[in-house]
Structure formats: structure tokens, C-alpha cells
Design a protein around this ligand. Structure first.
Ligand SMILES: CC(C)(COP(=O)(O)OP(=O)(O)OC[C@H]1O[C@@H](n2cnc3c(N)ncnc32)[C@H](O)[C@@H]1OP(=O)(O)O)[C@@H](O)C(=O)NCCC(=O)NCCS
Length: 146
């Protein structure tokens, strides 16, 4: 498996994973904005034998990082793919001088929270009704030594 920057041609496979993974999936336009226009954005895919099996989207603003999305194909979960994506992203973030990484995750998304805790993220506060459907978010943070 390789981790590489996402290309526009990956969009159909990424969208399929996105739709299967999130309650409020991003649109193709949002991904295209992230890919082509957002100067703060990094989007990486995990590719196995020419198939996209997962992706991660993160932003870097000066010395702060933010994980926006991480998702793995539903049939390929619990095989360590998100961990590989996360490890790679954290190395890139540290390599670019990022000192603190944050994220929001739905309070009921126990699997994702476990993934983040595995990588040293700590819950800092609950953001009430953070999502459109009224779900609360856990705001998590991890310091990086760069
Ligand atoms: C969260 C998600 C990305 C994890 O992907 P994954 O490839 O299955 O994760 P990994 O196999 O690398 O597991 C990493 C850790 O997450 C936790 N975890 C992941 N899935 C789990 C499950 N079903 N049950 C319990 N723990 C789980 C474990 O702590 C695991 O570490 P361990 O195997 O050493 O115990 C995946 O479930 C997913 O795509 N979910 C939908 C999208 C989403 O919710 N994204 C996060 C919010 S942006």
C-alpha cells in the first residue's frame, strides 16, 4: 500500500468512500475546492493495487494543524489503514513545523475517538450542537514536537 497526494482522477473512488462513511458527506465540489483552491489543504490517499482504500484531509495554518476527515473503505476497516494514514499525516505535519493538531469528531463516533486517542489526541471540550443535525462534537488536541 502506498500513501500519495490525491489527484482529481481519484475523485469517484474517494466520493464512494466518503458517501459510505459520513452522515453529512462532502460534495465533489468541496473536494475539488480542497484539491485545487485551498492553499492550506493537504489530501492524501491510501492506494492498494490501484484502488483507493482510504484518505485523509488536513489543513496547515502556520504552526497549527487540523484533521478534517479520515475515512477507510467500509470493507477494509480494522486492518490498520487509518493508522497508516494518520502516522503519515502526523509526520508531514511535524515536518512542516506544526506544533499542535486539533480535530472535531462526533461524540458518538467511538471508533474514530479510539483511533485519535491511540495517536495521543486528548479530549479538551465538548462543542454542543456542533453539527447540522444537532450532534455534539468532541474537540481533541495533540501537541507535536517539531
Ligand atoms: C474511524 C476509521 C477511519 C478507522 O479506520 P480503520 O482503518 O478501521 O482504523 P485502524 O484499523 O487503523 O484502527 C485504528 C484504531 O482505531 C480504533 N478502532 C477502529 N475501528 C474500531 C472498531 N470497529 N472497534 C474498536 N476500535 C476501533 C482502535 O483503537 C484501533 O487501534 P487498534 O487496532 O490498535 O486497537 C473508520 O472506521 C472509518 O472510516 N469510519 C467512518 C469515517 C469516520 O468516522 N471518520 C472519522 C471522523 S472524520
Amino acid at each position: 500500500m502506498i500513501i500519495r497526494p490525491m489527484k482529481k482522477s481519484d475523485l469517484p473512488q474517494v466520493m464512494a468512500i466518503e458517501k459510505a462513511s459520513f452522515l453529512a458527506p462532502w460534495s465533489e465540489e468541496q473536494f475539488l475546492y480542497e484539491l485545487k483552491e485551498n492553499p492550506f489543504c493537504s489530501l492524501f490517499v491510501a492506494e492498494e493495487k490501484e484502488y483507493i482504500v482510504g484518505f485523509i484531509d488536513f489543513w496547515i495554518t502556520f504552526d497549527s494543524g487540523c484533521i478534517n476527515q479520515i475515512a477507510v473503505h467500509p470493507n477494509l476497516r480494522q486492518k490498520g489503514i487509518a493508522s497508516i494514514l494518520m502516522e503519515d499525516a502526523l509526520k508531514r505535519l511535524a515536518g512542516q513545523g506544526v506544533r499542535s493538531v486539533t480535530l472535531e469528531v462526533r461524540t458518538h463516533n467511538a471508533n474514530a475517538i479510539k483511533l485519535y486517542e491511540k495517536f495521543g489526541f486528548v479530549s479538551r471540550l465538548i462543542k454542543k450542537a456542533y453539527y447540522d443535525n444537532g450532534d455534539d462534537a468532541v474537540y481533541m488536541e495533540k501537541g507535536l514536537i517539531s
